[in-house]
Ligand binder design. Sequence first.
Ligand SMILES: [Zn+2]
Length: 256
Amino acid sequence: MFIDTPVLAPQPVFKASGHIDRFSDLAVECPSCRSKFKLESVLKRNGIGKVPLNVEEANGVLTSVEVKCPECGARLREAYDFNLMFPVQGKEETLYLRPETAQGIFVNFRLLNNVARNRLPMAAAQLGKGFRNEISPRQGLIRMREFTQGEVEVFLDPERKEWKEIPDYEEILFVPPNTGRPVRATPRDAFETGIVKNKALAYFILKTHRILTSVGIEKGGRSGSGSTRRRSWPTTPATAGTLRPTLMTSGLRWLG
Ligand SMILES: [Zn+2]
């Protein structure tokens, strides 16, 4: 099913999805010139590659190492969480511009499942705008404040996880989150050897890889972990507890 839901949704939707509490980047404000930066990039400029996982850890780093403001050179001392959603003040409530298209599918699950005659598996897709209040947006193809996103959500009965056979396919580079060691395998072998725990997921990795390479995205990408704390594989805390791999090419995320 293909649906088209509003780009604005009320706060309870994003409270339930976890976006209000967790969809954030660590940021830092210079006490001297008041410039604001994404902490990750400032640490990188100061030669620190490891990204802290939370505010406490970040402040630990800022206390022990002298990290300088890229603008004026003053010492940066305090990190904070910067939520990436755009709030919009309605007449009586706060709404948010959606940071991704999935929530429109989740909040309409009951309606969609009625249309599907209460049967699972069921798939719903949506194409549309997403909005993210990036601290330092790069005007490129991948990271802007407003971008077009396409999502397909597939719902399986948790009691009946069987799935159709996974067809023959070429080997893809998988990076399992538990080891971080790249493994080359076909999607079927990845499932049978436990690299991918779920048969349907292995099937959709194949399908997605096939679609993306057929439209010209270079081969040699990998399926594995995202690079930021928000996108750790196999689950993203922001959404409904589904398994969610990330396909990457040349270090850029092209599907999550
Ligand atoms: Zn400064």
